[in-house]
Design a protein around this ligand. Structure first.
Ligand code: COA
Ligand code: MYR
Length: 172
């Protein structure tokens, strides 16, 4: 049986363009300008069949993302793999800490899968930096569409010495 995104000869064809527009009061956020181009695993293929991601800052300066889970994120038939959703939370919540001025890596990520996420759905990934004490920065987030919550996550980020976002930008 022909799968979504698969051409007749078996080769993968690209899914059509997806609308990842943000809310009217969101501003586009340039992640590579802040952290470099290393974040390719989740957001590196804007026209691919895995994820398509666009980042924004909302009116409160919190990082938000519109994410399309493509056919290559499949886990349970027709639905996103749990690891694919965890990877999105890892990147978005870690990036949210960087966007708030904390040079971190993720130390702990706690993910609750609440609802099966159908493939080829555009969702919103919300984030909020809820505390920063010493080296520990706590970020919370969720994947939702409308009133449906697919995933909730808490992310403990640990700051790294000598890696402030400002110093990384100055070094370019
Ligand atoms: C996170 C990391 C930098 C912490 O190592 P470290 O710099 O030696 O720091 P420490 O182990 O002293 O931890 C610093 C504090 O964070 C806490 N912490 C670190 N990792 C934690 C975790 N996974 N869960 C809970 N607390 C953690 C420590 O308990 C410590 O708290 P304290 O100051 O109250 O005692 C290191 O474990 C690491 O590099 N891990 C890999 C990160 C990674 O690969 N992330 C995915 C890519 S971003
Ligand atoms: C090693 C220090 C340089 C780090 C450069 C940017 C890192 C951005 C991290 C954003 C979160 C990524 C999550 C992850 O990789 O698991």
């Amino acid at each position: 049986m022909k799968q979504v995104g698969e051409a007749r000869d078996g080769a993968e064809s690209l899914c059509p363009p997806i609308d990842l527009v943000g809310e009217p009061d969101w501003q586009p956020f340039d992640a590579p300008a802040l952290v470099g181009a290393s974040l390719r695993f989740v957001s590196g293929e804007p026209d691919g069949n895995r994820y398509r991601v666009r980042y924004y800052r909302d009116a409160h300066q919190q990082l938000q993302a519109r994410v399309w889970f493509g056919p290559e994120t499949e886990g349970p038939p027709g639905h996103a793999h749990g690891g694919s959703m965890a990877a999105v939370m890892d990147e978005v919540l870690g990036l949210a800490a960087w966007a708030a001025g904390h040079a971190i890596v993720v130390g702990n990520l706690n993910v609750s899968f609440r609802t099966l996420l159908p493939l080829e759905t555009v969702v919103t990934v919300e984030s909020a930096v809820v505390s920063a004490q010493g080296r520990k920065v706590l970020v919370e987030g969720r994947i939702r569409q409308g009133d449906t919550v697919y995933v909730e996550a808490q992310c403990l980020c640990i700051t790294l010495p000598d890696q402030s976002p400002a110093s990384r930008q100055d070094a370019r």
